[in-house]
Design a protein around this ligand. Structure first.
Ligand code: ADP
Ligand code: MG
Length: 209
């Protein structure tokens, strides 16, 4: 696996496409436990990112992630904008001066993204958030690399763990964000942020595999 700036732009385009296609799905999930705007927020954010395509074509991989993060952070109204925005900006920091992303860069990149989300949102794993997808996905990726798996296998493992993580959010109650207002009643529903995080991971896997 090797992601240069052209491939990275394809990944971001694929994120926009998949988020756009899942706009209603994400808002429906948010309607169950929040205010019903998660799909709208994410879709608006990635549409704004698309407006920066010409600018990003001139940037290196770190710059592309920075521009994406800044755009999400400043153009998305909901809680998720600054959270995902910080995630992309922190991931950008791990790639300064690099021309490509290889498989072994991915865990560090995800780790930084998770750190950014935690810096902003102060959540830990098990609070029914984006992190419940990203944490297990990162761990599975790390383990697969240690076990000597190739990039396709490692990315499949990442995705599978992310899927299980998102599913797991159905079984727990929200203790962070808007969904925490309904407490126990949030059990039984998938967290919209965990679902969007899975869509973003899948968008990466579709391009790199
Ligand atoms: P809002 O809650 O402002 O309407 P969104 O609907 O766009 O924003 O995003 C909601 C999602 O944000 C939740 O499903 C959850 O995954 C995520 N989220 C909320 N608060 C936090 C937090 N403190 N840490 C991590 N993720 C969070
Ligand atoms: Mg919402």
């Amino acid at each position: 696996m090797s992601v240069n700036n052209e491939t990275l732009l394809s990944i971001i385009e694929n994120m926009q496409k998949n988020i756009g296609e899942n706009r209603s799905y994400l808002s429906d999930l948010d309607r169950e436990i929040g205010d019903g705007d998660h799909g709208i927020n994410m879709d608006r954010g990635f549409q704004e990112v698309m407006k920066k395509m010409d600018e990003m074509k001139e940037q290196d991989i770190s710059g592309i992630l920075r521009t994406t993060g800044m755009t999400l952070a400043f153009k998305v109204g909901g809680a998720s904008g600054p959270l995902y925005g910080t995630a992309f900006m922190k991931a950008s920091d791990t790639l300064k001066g690099k021309e490509e992303i290889v498989l072994t860069d991915l865990p560090g990149l995800l780790d930084a993204a998770i750190g950014g989300i935690q810096l902003r949102g102060k959540a830990v794993q098990g609070e029914k958030t984006i992190l419940d997808t990203l944490f297990p996905a990162k761990e599975a990726l790390e383990n697969a690399i240690v076990e000597g798996k190739n990039s396709e296998q490692a990315i499949d493992a990442m995705l599978k763990a992310g899927e299980e993580g998102a599913e797991y959010t159905k079984t727990i109650k929200a203790t962070k964000g808007r969904a925490s207002y309904i407490g126990e009643r949030s059990i039984g529903h998938m967290d919209p942020g965990a679902a969007s995080a899975l869509i973003l991971l899948r968008s990466i896997a579709e391009i790199v595999n």
